[in-house]
Design a protein around this ligand. Structure first.
Ligand code: PGA
Length: 220
């Protein structure tokens, strides 16, 4: 059986103290065979999470929510792929909130992907349409298909539409496609059971350790 990837995106949530509480509560998580779990906290929490996960042998990896389109050097405020790599195995690139709030375009996203590839990070690129795949080469990328109107609304997309779109993404050469948008412990299995879907990207429901545990438990 091919592994399914469950990626949990905290967005701009949690302080260090809140993170320690979450980690203590999430420690009882049991990850079923065939499921791979990655948590994406903000940059400020990568170090603390990385340390805790290693010391306590928790069964998940961590990733950064963004990466610089440049290497090291005079790029104030950016965090380079080399720096991300010190704490994370994964990186999330091109989330729709960054595309809309910060006007990130396909060209910038391709540069970020190139930087992440140069450090051998595992990459998830978020798209809400086929156009957003433009300029990307499939090698080494997981594509998260996240329809804008399903993100953070509680209205997950129709699984039929998700399957159709995931298939189209695969038809142009991308091998791994996950779905994101109002995924919860009730609907996770429906999405993971779709033939062209290889996992899920979960936002809001990542923040409560109980939902995190339930989503993982209901994934198989
Ligand atoms: P949501 O967010 O699960 O809160 O809809 C998904 C995402 O933005 O990645």
């Amino acid at each position: 059986m091919k592994n399914k990837l469950l990626a949990f995106n905290w967005k701009s949530n949690k302080t260090k103290i809140e993170t320690k509480d979450w980690l203590v509560d999430a420690s009882s998580v049991e990850v079923p065979e065939g499921i791979q779990v990655v948590v994406f906290p903000p940059f400020t929490l990568l170090d603390v999470m990385n340390g805790y996960i290693r010391v306590n042998s928790l069964p998940f990896s961590i990733g950064a929510q963004d990466v610089s389109p440049y290497g090291k050097g005079a790029y104030t405020g950016e965090v380079s792929a080399e720096q991300v790599k010190e704490f994370s195995e994964y990186v999330l690139i091109g989330h729709s909130e960054r595309r809309s709030n910060l006007k990130e375009d396909n060209e910038l996203i391709s540069k970020k992907v190139d930087q992440a590839l140069s450090q051998e990070l595992k990459i998830i690129v978020c798209v809400s349409s086929l156009d957003e795949l433009s300029g990307l080469k499939p090698e080494g990328l997981v594509i998260a298909y996240e329809p804008i109107n399903a993100i953070g609304t509680g209205n997950a997309s129709d699984p039929k539409d998700v399957e159709e779109m995931a298939k189209k993404i695969k038809d142009v050469g991308f091998q791994n496609v996950i779905y994101g948008g109002s995924v919860n412990s009730e609907n996770i299995k429906t999405f993971l059971d779709l033939p062209s879907i290889d996992g899920a990207l979960i936002g809001g429901e990542s923040l409560d350790p109980k939902s995190f545990i339930n989503i993982i438990g209901n994934a198989v």
